[in-house]
Design a protein around this ligand. Sequence first.
Ligand SMILES: Nc1ncnc2c1ncn2[C@@H]1O[C@H](COP(=O)(O)OP(=O)(O)O)[C@@H](O)[C@H]1O
Ligand SMILES: [Mg+2]
Length: 214
Amino acid sequence: MKIITVLQQKGGVGKTTTTVHLAAALACQHPHLRVAVADADPQGSATIWIKRGNGGTGVAVHTVAADGDGRNLRAELEAIDADVIIIDLPPALEAISLRAAIRADLLLVPTGPSVVDLSATKGAVSICKEALEYNPTKKYLLVPNRVQHNTAAGRELRGALAAWGPVSEATLTLRVAFAESAAVGLGVSQYAPESPAAQEIGLLAEEVSRILEI
Ligand SMILES: Nc1ncnc2c1ncn2[C@@H]1O[C@H](COP(=O)(O)OP(=O)(O)O)[C@@H](O)[C@H]1O
Ligand SMILES: [Mg+2]
């Protein structure tokens, strides 16, 4: 079982968006794999999204860390019958964030192009590094999200992020298809498979698959 944890210090940067679209893209690319989302956010946004689609994402969803700090996280993850689990975390960094980071084989830090997003990334990267101290074989990647290539901030984001840590080859652009597919309970890979948004998340799924050897 491979575990991916998606974390950030701030809400609204695209944790849930990355989690569910990536899970759905992995399910599309690897039909033989059982892909699950472990929802550790008490707001349950990923759960609501996936349940809305009635199985259309091809992804199972489980609530974890309902105790708030995830003391039983290890057992909760072991009880999930899946080949790949993606953990979606609450908006702010909490005790559960480090626990979920420690359990992960790969950590993803979605980061938007604003200055506020960049400073939040610093906190998320320090959690990644702390988790790496427990297990140096795990990896983390900063994922540029909500990028607008027609703005200076968008064009410079990749360079700015590289100062903090390794950056994914894949970039997620600000695209309505990411939000629209959430509204109907699907991943963009199912909702609009030929769209540029599906292509972008598909590239991230391929990159993640290479790293995790799945
Ligand atoms: N690449 C993107 N393109 C368009 N909308 C996005 C993108 N990433 C995130 N959003 C939107 O931004 C909002 C916050 O994203 P969300 O994934 O819920 O953030 P978080 O889970 O970090 O709080 C949502 O309305 C989502 O649809
Ligand atoms: Mg969220």
